[in-house]
Design a protein around this ligand. Sequence first.
Ligand code: ADP
Ligand code: MG
Length: 367
Amino acid sequence: MIEFTNVVKTYDNGTTAVADLSFVAPTGKITVLVGPSGCGKTTTLRMVNRLIEQTSGSILLGGEDNAQTDTIQMRRKIGYVIQNAGLFPHQTVLDNVCAVPYLNKSDKQASRDRALELLELVGLDRGYASRYPWQLSGGQQQRVGVARALAADPPYMLMDEPFSAVDPIVRKQLQAEFLRIQADLAKTIVMVTHDIDEALKLGDQIVVLKEGGILAQIGSPAEILAAPADRFVADFLGESRGYHALNFASIAELELQPAPTVRLGESSAAGAGTWIVACDANDRPLGWVRADGSGEAVAAGRVTIAQNVSQSRGNHRELLDAALTSPNGLAIVVDEQGGFAGTLSPDVVIRDAAAIGRGARESGLPS
Ligand code: ADP
Ligand code: MG
């Protein structure tokens, strides 16, 4: 846990970058600091590892005041990832990842073995270990940056716009891999971004800052979407706030409706005009086919490919999207193994919208 209490940072030129900031970044969770450029995010992050000294207030790491602990010792507990990765240009990828373990005088061979494992964990095969940073794409460098921060197995991670410098497709991949890694490692993470979509996607908790380092709101993505604290937060969340909120509404409790199924290459007894879920040889749904009553085997060419939704992990947004791209307006829902579980009508999205949006209406914001 990282605990900020009444933290203030005023630079020598009189700029107050952070004003009286208090929040807790819980253990094993991702806390995202988000806000427009210049609102004090980087300053806040760099006060944690004392690259910047706060003017007043306290920052505790695991209950220890970081102003009272030895800076070197304290930094060993913190992995630090910055935009553009900040790799050492004249060192190989492997040596970059091993930088902190070498500083800590860890066993060389063990450090290297671990570094190779970490490279694999972040999606780079061993062939990259002997390359130099300039021989890698931006996304690959960013992966090395994450591996380097994890090398000393620190309990805390500070990440400053780690995915901002890469193109949108690579960014999406990096975000997904980052969530997968965090699901295993459960580090206590404070991440900075100016991108609200990234904050909503990655954060367990979001701290919204406004100019002058003033706390605008703190809460889970769903809480902030449902009830922005003020006009600044509502505007920062942008126009698609309602759609975003659908991401946080699970479909797991919804009652599924049955539908007839047929395997490709087999025939169905369903009456002409009936929509049937076409499945592969392993009974995994591929899409919809409309029975023609001929009793002929169903050919792949007749299937309208569907976007299936997972019953356990799916959300209202995926349900709506699946229904909107389905020829009969129904979403196909699959179980953990990818098998057919049932169908859902998107009507529930509108039915439950009232519950999801209630917080927003109760917050009394002008519409
Ligand atoms: P963010 O990361 O949210 O873009 P920063 O923390 O970098 O914001 O900066 C917050 C404010 O502090 C900005 O107004 C910035 O110009 C100012 N600032 C940052 N570093 C310094 C510095 N070393 N000296 C004076 N002002 C600074
Ligand atoms: Mg910054």
